[in-house]
Design a protein around this ligand. Structure first.
Ligand code: HEC
Length: 139
């Protein structure tokens, strides 16, 4: 009976907090990925920054997004523009802003022109998605 109770408590905790799922850290996990793969273009003076205003140089910059708006929606990786871009696929089921496909194609073009190595490994994409789904905290 006691074990059953403990099992139930853990199940509730699991559902509520994602018990057992590791908290992804911005500083230790996400920031280094952005620095390594995006900062050549998304820092003041870089082509990505000049075109969109998006900088990856600090947590505040990342959360501010482009000069047109946010690219990260805390809690929802699926509606975050940044995730759609790095996943290299636009989900047709999601209602995209009209100009999204245009930006997306242009982004692919830029990244390919530089080097294929800039395509993020799926493990990196997974970390970024988890971090956003966990609330995109400054942790
Ligand atoms: C080789 C240069 C380059 C690299 C590397 C690069 N970007 Fe970009 N990025 C651009 C350019 C240029 C634009 C502007 C495209 C436009 O608006 O036409 C852009 C735009 C963006 C936008 C704004 C999209 C929008 O809706 O306006 C986001 C978000 C973004 N990049 C994220 C990233 C992330 C994350 C990385 C790293 C994984 C990255 N970029 C790597 C060049 C780059």
């Amino acid at each position: 009976m006691l074990t059953l109770r403990i099992g139930f408590v853990c199940l509730v905790a699991l559902l509520a907090a994602g018990c057992g799922q590791r908290q992804v850290s911005f500083k230790q996990d996400v920031f280094p990925i952005l620095q390594k793969n995006c900062s050549v273009c998304h820092a003041p003076g870089g082509p990505g920054y000049i075109a969109s205003g998006f900088s990856v140089m600090s947590y505040q910059d990342v959360m501010r997004g482009t000069r047109y708006g946010r690219v990260i929606i805390p809690g929802s990786s699926i509606s975050s523009t940044l995730v759609r871009l790095i996943q290299h696929r636009a989900n047709p089921l999601i209602n995209m802003p009209k100009n999204f496909q245009l930006v997306y194609n242009k982004h692919e073009e830029y990244i390919h022109a530089e080097s294929n190595a800039r395509r993020l490994p799926s493990t990196d994409i997974k970390l970024i998605k988890e971090w956003i789904n966990q609330g995109a905290k400054d942790n």
